[in-house]
Design a protein around this ligand. Structure first.
Ligand SMILES: [Zn+2]
Length: 201
């Protein structure tokens, strides 16, 4: 049985003792505990792995380093098809409670995780933040896929746009024609999708 990641951590104690959290967040847990992340993707396809090492340095920085990994489904904004993406995040984050600590952590090149005094740390929040940061700004098939399936689909979508434009222009002469061409457009996406599917199979 998988042990659940703790949700309320005294980071002072963890960084003093050098605690290591090494495990996986099950699909059931991540669906429940990472709502912002799940909102941003089409689907999370499995366990989310994490390896978090708590430590402190001689300057007084208290920090956590390690990595988080997940495999997600995103929608390509080029061809609108779904694709898999592996997310691998390296973590190097210092806990700070005031501006003095923030300045020191930044000088030591840590990312910053703000906590109120005495506030307990929830590693799930950090994991979610890091995964969100690792998502591409614009989801798109990788270079290797562009030129293959992604291009085939884009060409079909382009053809569809041209077809649509032509229909609207030819319907300009009378309002009746216009209505007809709009009617056709309503039906069109389904026909195009069907054609697209046939061509890809
Ligand atoms: Zn694509």
């Amino acid at each position: 049985m998988k042990e659940r990641i703790p949700q309320r951590i005294d980071y002072h104690r963890y960084t003093e003792q050098g605690v290591i959290l090494d495990g996986v967040m099950s699909l059931v847990d991540s669906n429940k505990d990472l709502p912002r992340f799940n909102e941003a993707i089409i689907e999370n396809t499995g366990d989310i792995s994490y390896y978090l090492v708590f430590d402190a340095d001689i300057l007084g920085n208290r920090f956590v380093t390690g990595h988080v990994g997940a495999r997600v489904v995103l929608q390509c904004q080029r061809c609108m098809d779904n694709y898999n993406l592996d997310l691998n995040c390296d973590i190097s984050v210092a806990f700070v409670e005031n501006e003095f600590q923030q300045k020191q952590a930044e000088e030591s090149s840590y990312d910053i995780f703000w906590l109120a005094k005495k506030e307990l740390f929830d590693p799930g929040v950090l994991i979610e933040d890091e995964l969100l940061l690792a998502l591409p700004q614009i989801a798109m098939h990788s270079e290797s896929e562009i030129g293959k399936g992604c291009d085939v689909r884009v060409n079909f979508l382009d053809d569809y746009d041209r077809l649509r434009e032509k229909n609207i222009c030819s319907g300009k002469d009378s309002s009746k024609d216009m209505k007809q061409s709009e009617q056709q457009d309503d039906d069109n996406p389904f026909a195009i999708l069907k054609q697209l599917k046939n061509n890809l199979e």
